[in-house]
Design a protein around this ligand. Sequence first.
Ligand SMILES: Cc1ncc(COP(=O)(O)O)c(C=O)c1O
Length: 379
Amino acid sequence: MSIPPDALLDAADTHGTPLYVYDASELDAALARVRAAFGDARVYYAMKANPNLTLLRRLHGAGVGFECVSAGEIARAEHIGARGTQLLVNGPAKSDAEYAAGARLGATFIVDREEEVRLLPPSSRALVRVNPALAVSTHDHLATGAAGSKFGVTLDQAPLVLDALRVAGHTAVGLHVHIGSAIRDAGDFTAAFGRLIELRDVTGPLAVLDAGGGWGLEADLAGIALEAQRAAHAFGAELWVEPGRYLVARAGHLLTRVVGTKRTGRNFVLVDAGMTELLRPMLYGAVHPVMALWDASERSRWDIAGPACESGDVLARDVDLPRPERGQVLAFGDAGAYGAAMSSSYLTRSRPAELLWQDGDWSVIRRRETPLDVWAAEE
Ligand SMILES: Cc1ncc(COP(=O)(O)O)c(C=O)c1O
């Protein structure tokens, strides 16, 4: 991280905690790594990872398109000026409003089941999402390409759905595959793309192969890119990709303040962030690196727990920390993806502010909610 610890402490003092902070240079560096690995592939950012408008505008300005899975995400993309081939509309259960918004903006649709062929707006451009029926190296809740998952059509169905799209007057531009999120083993992608390549004799050449996202932060990006390029080449297709986490995770930290400690058979540090700010540890056992922004000679291992009245509200277990005291600040790393995006107002908690660190200075890119914001729609 290139944000100095003093700047993190300043941000916590000035803007309060819990607080999300993002490093603009890391965001740019992640995009540069993707472009270096994937060459001229078209990049669609899966904005579910972090839909903050400032981050979207930065990516849009760098020529990145957006993968949207809700009317709200399509509205965000439209709000920042994305249109036409810059937009993918995806999702297993699209509403009429989502088809209509996608059609109005000229988006490309990802078709998730055969029935959708009849639901698409006339003359839409479409890709068919294929489920390669594979077990992959990630948490079960993050796997989307396993046999029996709700996503995509089967390998057998894919050529039929491509044909049905053409017959119905849509432009069937190609195939799409996304096997899950936070996938550690690049070999899983090789296996998935391999299953798609087996369809080549039946589908013939295609204009586009969308290889999805899902790249774990430690995964072999160059290896995944090579396999995706090989698959696109097999179809004579242009390569599209849809990274979410990879583009934004490393850029983000969640700052939280120590509220106190207690020993109940385990050592607990209680902090002012919890499941309402960072759900990933509770939802799928995600482990985030933790950095203490203070020093003490005595160190020991601590569980870090939040303020919610839920026994699952534990952010991390067995973390080696200098002796904590009320008021000290911890930074949870790799928190730029599915962090703020999944924060909630459960317990009438106000969603945190978000700051961007750029050229040695902070800017507020989302103000902290107030309790009034939380109940505004009820008045
Ligand atoms: C269809 C699709 N594309 C892209 C992504 C982005 O995944 P990740 O953030 O793991 O790169 C997701 C997320 O689950 C997705 O469902």
